[in-house]
Design a protein around this ligand. Sequence first.
Ligand code: ZN
Length: 94
Amino acid sequence: MGFFGKKKPPPDQDAIWLYVQCDNCGEKLRIRVDRRYDLQPHPEGGYFLRKEMMDGRCFRLMYGELRFDRDYNILSQELSGGHFITKEEFDAQE
Ligand SMILES: [Zn+2]
């Protein structure tokens, strides 16, 4: 009496993908952020994230700071050492 299809793994609902590019060498990175573990509640509501990222070419650290609303939409984003790009820009490489 079947719960068929239960074997299918759930989609990666906790993931937020960030796309960044290193200002030093131009390397593009895709960063997975986990809603449950990486985000912290912001005192004014929503969430915030501080994240260090490093590309595999020049190994320079980039520091990202992002704010999200309670529905995980990005309200603001800053990145030192690099800049944010779109998924389309990321996919366009090579
Ligand atoms: Zn780099």
